[in-house]
Design a protein around this ligand. Structure first.
Ligand code: ADP
Length: 475
């Protein structure tokens, strides 16, 4: 099978969250199973340094916007192991300090930027890599279907190509005013409730849902939840109508990258049969966060997260002064909404020597948190899949999670602690149970080892995607 993935981020070229991990790993797993796989990404500034071996494979591909003017895209290609990565190079749009915006503000031309990604990808599909499946990820790639259904509807090149659309997070919907249709070269008739209109605006995410042959999301739990008003962000009705072509596939983990036996970022390697190194990782972690490493028996709670309301920081705000009274330490790595950054810094000030906070995006420190913590706290309001809790399992760091979406699907009572209601009391209950269990060495070691033995490798998820591709091709 020939599969072309389109996404707005992918490791090691550009990352803000879990989507990048998926794009960095799933294509290789599919290729490993004998399929031909390519990926299209924007050429962001952050990716440029990684394109040492890239070839220019297409020059001056016009990307039409309003009033007859166009950007010229260049396509670059670099092969990483057995996957071809194509980069859409439009410096006016992508050569910027960040991926989506700066200082908490989205770039005002994001509709043009990501329509250029979609049209660049369709150019790749026409001239460079003609796939059976176009696998699109999140709102930034939502326009592939609409272009195929309108501007390219009579173009034989694309005949028989199927579109699979994966929702990694329904909270990000790519909403723009209806006048944006002119800038992205789509007919005004697209402003219609059966097409792209969404409560008076247009939504790229809705476009992706409506104009695809199959829809997937990143856990079965989340696939169910997004059909309900509580989690549907206004799209629950649309998704419920399309439930027959909506499936959930839990993300895998790249164990080449996240494995305590081989991890090069951590102080000592360890495994399920020999946990000794984890103590050295704990001491190293405490030092990395400026905390005393004199008592290694005190449990350490770790957090690695985008600072966003999705991740449950208001629950942490409500409860931290209670749970931090006990003999416990907390390390927090994250970036995001300034309000939560300040909140975390205040917490560190209130509990000197007990709470360490680093406001930065730092992959090496993320590995140290996974390896050196005893517990990993993820009290998300909603969580499509969540990767950190799955990494935690492999590092023998026991997850304490809210039972929602992928967190509920991946954690059970033999590997971690869950609470259901989104309230502080429930969080304190689960965390309290975890801290009690920590005092019982036998019980704790069993939890740690159960988690470490769980297998969430990509090969399983890749098989599920292949089954989905086969289904849409046989329709
Ligand atoms: P989301 O995609 O919603 O942010 P996930 O749990 O699916 O959440 O994935 C988050 C990914 O981003 C993980 O690989 C995590 O380690 C990484 N990450 C998040 N914040 C940071 C940070 N401040 N520094 C380094 N890595 C981070």
């Amino acid at each position: 099978m020939k599969i072309l993935m389109v996404a707005s981020e992918g490791t090691p070229y550009a990352k803000t969250g879990g989507l990048a991990d998926v794009i960095g790993a799933l294509p290789h797993s599919l290729a490993h199973k004998g399929h031909e796989v390519a990926v299209v990404l924007p050429l962001y500034r952050s990716a440029q340094a990684r394109l040492a071996n890239a070839r220019r494979v297409y020059d001056r591909m016009p990307i039409w916007i309003s009033n007859g003017s166009a950007f010229q895209a260049e396509i670059r290609c670099q092969t990483d192991r057995d996957v071809r990565f194509y980069f859409v190079d439009v410096p006016e749009l992508f050569d910027r300090p960040a991926l989506y915006g700066e200082n908490g503000q989205d770039y005002p031309d994001n509709h043009i930027r990501f329509s250029a990604l979609c049209r660049g990808a369709l150019g790749v599909a026409r001239h460079l890599f003609r796939p059976d499946i176009l696998h699109c990820h999140d709102w930034q790639t939502g326009l592939i279907g609409p272009y195929l259904a309108t501007r390219l509807a009579n173009d034989p090149t694309f005949l028989g190509m199927k579109v699979v659309f994966t929702i990694h997070n329904l909270g990000y919907q790519g909403i723009f005013g209806r006048e944006a249709l002119d800038d992205i070269n789509l007919p005004r008739e697209m402003f219609h409730p059966d097409r792209m209109e969404f409560w008076g605006n247009i939504s790229f995410l809705k476009a992706g849902i409506v104009y695809s042959d199959a829809i997937s999301t990143v856990s079965q739990g989340y696939a169910r939840e997004i059909q309900t008003p509580e989690y549907g962000f206004g799209m629950d009705g649309l998704l419920a109508q399309n439930a027959h072509r909506l499936t959930g596939i839990v993300n895998g983990v790249d164990y080449g990258e996240w494995n305590p036996e081989t991890d090069r970022f951590i102080a000592a390697n360890f495994s399920v049969d020999d946990l000794a190194g984890k103590r050295a990782c704990k001491a190293d972690l405490l030092r990395a966060f400026g905390l005393p490493d004199d008592n290694l028996d005190t449990p350490v709670i770790g957090i690695v997260s985008r600072f966003a309301s999705q991740k449950g920081f208001d629950l942490i705000e409500q409860t931290a002064s209670t749970f931090m009274q006990g003999d416990v330490k907390l390390v927090v790595l994250g970036t995001g909404e300034p309000h939560y950054e300040q909140l975390m810094r205040r917490l560190a000030d209130s509990f000197p020597g007990k709470v360490g906070v680093r406001v930065e995006f730092n992959n090496e420190v993320a590995h140290k948190v996974e390896a050196g913590s005893d517990l990993f706290l993820m009290p998300s309001r909603y969580e499509p899949c969540g990767l950190n809790q799955i990494y935690s399992l492999r590092y023998g760091t026991v997850p304490v999670v809210r039972a929602t979406g992928g967190l509920d699907d991946t954690i059970d009572e033999s590997t971690g602690f869950k609470f259901a209601g989104y309230d502080g009391g429930a969080l304190l209950g689960a965390l309290g149970a975890a801290l009690d269990a920590y005092q019982d060495r036998g019980r704790w070691t069993a939890l740690v080892k159960n988690g470490m033995r769980r297998d969430h490798s990509w090969l399983t998820a890749a098989d599920q995607y292949l089954r989905l591709y086969h289904q849409v091709l046989s329709r």
